[in-house]
Design a protein. Structure first.
Length: 329
């Protein structure tokens, strides 16, 4: 296990981080992942444009009630001044760490010249980073990809720009923008970046098993690891990785009853954050992920995917995971 991760004044004892994922890493999921071994969890991306803040979805994204510190909020945009103001807004609403998104490959983000599209304009990258760092009194971190395309990997130059601007930590997904999530992540670029800068560097991309985590750490020499899609429906992956990195035996897999219990807690949190109607809709994808490897998963999904209310959704989940109804109440 790497030593504790230092991000400004914050000490992250377990340097295993949950990646920001739009529509996934809300407060409900972040708090569950923290309980199950993640050292730090990043919020889903929030757009810097203040006109988008008052939608129900945006208000939920800014709700950090009960969340353990430090709260890490990711912002996205392409205008330095707007991103600086967004950082100040989130700092005033409980953020202890501001993360800047320059890694998202989604077309709807890149069409606005935000996310990983920014990597093509290193001057703009520098302007954004300087503006945000100067705007807030908390650490600012950055998430990037290795470059725009395989022939245009500029992560090392971006890393030096970030360090010069005062960025406190750099997370790198081992793919370029055009690769999106295809193929396999590569880690040579991340290893090279680690040798280039003195700030903490975090490796991200295809870290989906404890064995893979150990191999990536050994190959790159980074200061921590970031897990994204592999945590969907499997938030206990963090404690599995932590055990292996400490040199301990891999913990036994959780029983279906334990998985179902965590899922029900997750569902209750979703209902509480979004309200019953929206919570039920949002819960469906999580249920699908949790039950992906459960015997009878297709039959369970067929029953649960059209249920309109929380009580029915909870009951069917409890039955599918062999949890007595009185325990699921």
């Amino acid at each position: 296990m790497p030593p504790p991760l230092r991000i400004g004044p914050h000490v992250i004892e377990t340097p295993l981080l949950l990646a920001p994922m739009a529509g996934v890493t809300d407060r409900c999921f972040r708090m569950l992942c923290r309980r199950l071994g993640a050292g730090l969890c990043f919020s889903e991306m929030t757009h810097a444009d203040p006109r988008l803040r008052e939608t129900p979805k945006s208000r939920a994204r800014h709700d950090h009630t009960g969340e353990p510190a430090p709260v890490a909020v990711q912002i996205a945009g392409a205008e330095p001044a707007m991103l600086a103001r967004a950082a100040q807004y989130n700092r005033a609403h409980g953020a202890g760490i501001i993360d800047i998104n320059m890694g998202c490959p989604a077309k709807k983000v890149c069409r606005r010249d935000a996310g990983s599209a920014l990597l093509a304009d290193e001057r703009l990258v520098a302007a954004i980073l300087r503006a945000v760092v100067r705007a807030v009194d908390c650490p600012v971190t950055l998430k990037i990809r290795t470059g725009v395309a395989p022939g245009r990997r500029n992560a090392a130059r971006i890393a030096r720009i970030a360090e010069d601007a005062g960025i406190a930590m750099l997370s790198i997904h081992g793919r370029t923008r055009v690769e999106a999530y295809g193929g396999r992540a590569e880690y040579d670029t991340i290893a090279a970046v680690k040798q280039t800068v003195g700030i903490p560097v975090i490796a991200n991309g295809d870290i989906d098993t404890p064995e893979r985590a150990r191999a990536v750490l050994a190959h790159t020499g980074v200061d921590g690891l970031m897990v994204g899609r592999a945590a969907q429906g499997r938030p206990w992956i963090f404690r599995e990785i932590a055990a292996v990195l400490r040199g301990e035996a891999l913990p036994p897999p959780p029983s279906p009853t334990q998985v179902g219990t965590w899922l029900l807690e997750h569902l209750d949190a979703l209902y509480g954050l979004y309200g019953e109607s929206a919570g039920v809709r949002i819960a469906r994808k999580h249920i699908r992920w949790y039950c992906a490897e459960t015997p009878g998963a297709d039959a369970l999904w067929a029953r649960v995917c059209r249920l309109p209310d929380a009580a029915s959704q909870r009951r069917v989940v409890a039955e599918g995971f062999a949890i007595a109804l009185d325990r699921a109440a």
